[in-house]
Design a protein around this ligand. Structure first.
Ligand code: TRP
Length: 458
């Protein structure tokens, strides 16, 4: 996939290829790590309900909006806003997206680095019954050298794939590996819900107690929905810009949203029963939670004594690849921008932005036990990685999505967006609902959430 001028740009091979690539961007650590972590911190089932509502009424319309902008302009987020609103400052939304992409990549790669370290652990037989998974986690994440080296390794991998042409790589891999990941998750979910004592976890995850809901929970759910769907910073504009003028928009958006949400739901179905059945309580929290709980479940997989080895290795390889297809899209936003707007060679853009993400990620790599003040940032009450996640993986995306919904709903216009859909889909069946959501519901809900976030913080 080479970003040239709109005239000679490459496109995805087919609608299926696009859905796979966009689903590859969406499905990643946000589903398996982010969703259960946030649900665990924010009341379980009540979070799940709010999350699903947020996906349906805010996430899906914004996803369609980003696709319309991307496909219509066939440009990177900065160029797209410049084309549709010449001379106006709307391009700043795109610029913020480029920045957010690099910063999210910086800590995303730390988490993905742990995933790679776990592949080695699992393959060398570390996942056996009764293993101390908290100690295993600390051995990887709390020692500076392994934490930084795995982070570096993953950045290099991401840069490598982005240089080598995303389209072929993504199309070939995701087609096979996504379905395998889905099957493996279903197997793990079956194992988790049949563990003795799984009932408490299921109740935590599926029986909502709305008395725990406050603004913090709503803000976390909406932010998590954007992070998981890769929305709010132009990744879907970028991927949509490579979508051909033949492929349907609405069904593409629906597929990506549905697949991503199903995988997040499954991840919760795996984590919470396991968490309660194995006696981890809700106090195992923060970025490490999922990385401590998953290996303990994988260690119980039959047949003894090879289950942990087989399922553990397979699971973390698939998770690593899911993370890679997401990190690619984080880097791709900046790379497409640098190639389109700054006329940099693709290779230079990928290497330079990758290097920046590596350096920016070092404090996050040291924030899980290696360095005290990063593990518990003074005056903030969380570790540095979680702080970056909150600011750039949640707040910035909500800001971005707010402006995108205003832009599509009021500035560029719902009519132009509708025409972009009709150009390929024939008719736009949900136009009425979408129009109400993108013009009124999304901006209003996001504005309230932004104001509430500022009130909560200051
Ligand atoms: N959605 C990915 C995940 O769930 C992460 C991701 C990729 C992302 N591209 C993004 C998040 C763009 C926000 C914006 O793991």
């Amino acid at each position: 996939m080479d970003a040239g001028t709109p005239q000679n740009r490459d496109t995805w091979g087919s609608k299926t290829a696009f859905i796979l690539a966009a689903a590859g961007s969406a499905i990643g650590l946000g589903n398996i790590w982010g969703f259960p972590t946030q649900a665990g911190l924010n009341g379980g089932a009540a979070f799940l309900v709010i999350y699903l509502i947020a996906v349906a009424i805010i996430g899906a319309p914004v996803m369609l909006g980003e696709l319309m902008i991307g496909r219509h302009t066939q440009r990177n987020p900065v160029g797209a806003f410049k084309q549709l609103a010449p001379g106006a400052p709307w391009w700043l939304i795109g610029a913020m997206g480029v920045l957010a992409g690099v910063i999210i990549l910086s800590f995303y790669s730390v988490l993905a680095g742990w995933t790679m370290a776990y592949i080695v652990r699992a393959a060398t037989g570390a996942f056996t019954a009764g293993v101390d998974t908290a100690a295993m986690f600390n051995d990887i994440a709390a020692r500076p050298l392994p934490a930084i080296s795995w982070h570096l390794g993953f950045i290099i991998l991401t840069v490598f794939v982005v240089i080598g042409g995303v389209r072929d790589g993504i199309e070939r891999w995701t087609k096979v590996l996504m379905p395998v990941l889905l099957v493996l998750l279903v197997l793990l979910a079956v194992r988790a819900v049949t563990l003795p004592g799984a009932g408490t976890g299921l109740a935590f995850y599926l029986k909502p107690d709305f008395s725990v809901v406050d603004w913090r929970v709503v803000i976390a759910a909406v932010g998590q929905a954007f992070f998981s769907l890769s929305l709010g910073m132009g990744a879907i504009i970028t991927y949509g810009s490579y979508l051909s003028k033949k492929d349907e928009l609405v069904s593409s958006a629906a597929w990506v949203t549905g697949l991503d949400t199903s995988i997040a739901f499954l991840a919760g179905l795996i984590i919470f029963p396991t968490m309660f059945a194995t006696g981890f309580d809700a106090s195992v929290q923060g970025p490490s939670m999922v990385f401590v709980i998953l290996p303990s479940l994988l260690s119980t997989m039959p047949p003894e004594p090879y289950g942990g080895l087989i399922f553990g290795t397979g699971f973390f390889i698939l998770l690593g690849i899911a993370a890679l297809t997401s990190s690619i899209s984080l880097l791709e936003v900046g790379v497409t921008w640098a190639v389109d707007e700054k006329k940099w060679p693709r290779k230079k853009a990928a290497m330079l932005l990758g290097a920046i993400a590596f350096v920016l990620g070092i404090p996050s790599a040291l924030a899980n036990g290696a360095v005290d003040w990063l593990t518990n940032v003074p005056g903030v009450g969380m570790d540095f990685l979680s702080l970056l996640f909150t600011i750039f993986g949640s707040f910035a995306l909500i800001v971005g999505a707010f402006f995108i919904s205003i832009f599509v709903g009021w500035k560029w216009g719902v009519k132009a967006g509708g025409d972009e859909v009709r150009a390929t889909d024939g008719r736009f069946r949900l136009e009425g609902i979408w129009t109400v959501l993108i013009r009124f519901v999304c901006p209003a809900a996001l504005l309230i959430i932004l104001v509430q976030t500022l009130l909560d913080t200051f």
